[in-house]
Design a protein around this ligand. Structure first.
Ligand code: ADP
Ligand code: MG
Length: 235
């Protein structure tokens, strides 16, 4: 068994105060390993998006630690300075947000080119070639010159997925990446995520409500009321 590439230890996160207090994470422990596609399920409001945000360095927990492999060195993500954390995130993490978070003024191809140029530091020619390859794999070739306003919900979702995958991150967090897709496209996306884990050694944590994803994943977790539990996979 290889060492964990990312460890969430005793994570606690509470929103609000007084009577509006809501515990989103109650002492959550989770290890992610290189090469694994991990599925996180659980009812709405159970803390799934909060856990992704804490593990990815976007949202500071009230207590607990996030240890992440950064070029062979284990770092405590929430002990880094904001600038170091930003740099760590740029180098190592991809995030597919529930609301896509695309840049309104850029075409599909430009959305990918920009993360390749600024995120991975590759040259313009390589960025364009890799952007086109990824858009092809996602069936978006005919849409590559369109801006978000001209794309359907499912197409926007696939652009957001391509953008996160294009820079080949060590950690990838995907919040309901297939929710706007029919199963044909949803399956394509899950296969891409699985390939990124199995072939490129990424650690991938994906939130989904779709049970059809289960046969594609390596580990299944269930979060309920801020408590995490590992579930067996179907035989
Ligand atoms: N920014 C916030 N302010 C206050 N409460 C929040 C905030 N974000 C999430 N919550 C609450 O925390 C709980 C967990 O939310 P979330 O992590 O979004 O769950 P999920 O992604 O599983 O639906 C919910 O009760 C939600 O209402
Ligand atoms: Mg959510």
């Amino acid at each position: 068994m290889p060492a964990a590439s990312l460890r969430g230890i005793d994570l606690v996160k509470t929103y609000g105060d007084g009577t509006a207090r809501r515990a989103a994470l109650r002492d959550v422990n989770i290890d992610l390993f290189p090469g694994q596609l991990v599925l996180l399920m659980g009812p709405s409001g159970s803390g799934k998006s909060t856990l992704l945000a804490v593990l990815s360095g976007l949202l500071e927990p009230d207590s607990g630690r996030v240890l992440a492999d950064d070029d062979g060195q284990l770092r405590d993500v929430w002990q880094l300075s904001p600038k170091e954390r930003e740099e760590y995130r740029r180098r190592n993490t991809g995030f597919i947000f529930q609301g896509y978070n695309l840049f309104p003024a850029l075409t599909a191809r430009q959305q990918l080119e920009i993360v390749l140029k600024w995120g991975s530091g590759v040259g313009s020619g390589t960025a364009r070639r890799r952007a086109d390859e990824m858009l092809d794999r996602l069936g978006l070739e005919p849409n590559k010159h369109k801006k978000p306003a001209q794309l359907s919900g499912g197409e926007k979702q696939r652009v957001a997925i391509g953008r996160a995958l294009a820079k080949d991150p060590g950690f990838l967090f995907a919040d309901e990446p297939t929710s706007a897709l029919d199963w044909e496209n949803g399956r394509k996306v899950i296969e891409l995520l699985r390939d990124a884990a199995h072939e490129r050694g990424a650690s991938i944590l994906v939130v989904s409500h779709d049970h059809r994803i289960l046969p594609f994943v390596d580990v299944h977790y269930h979060l309920e009321d801020g408590r995490l539990e590992r579930r067996p996979l179907p035989a």
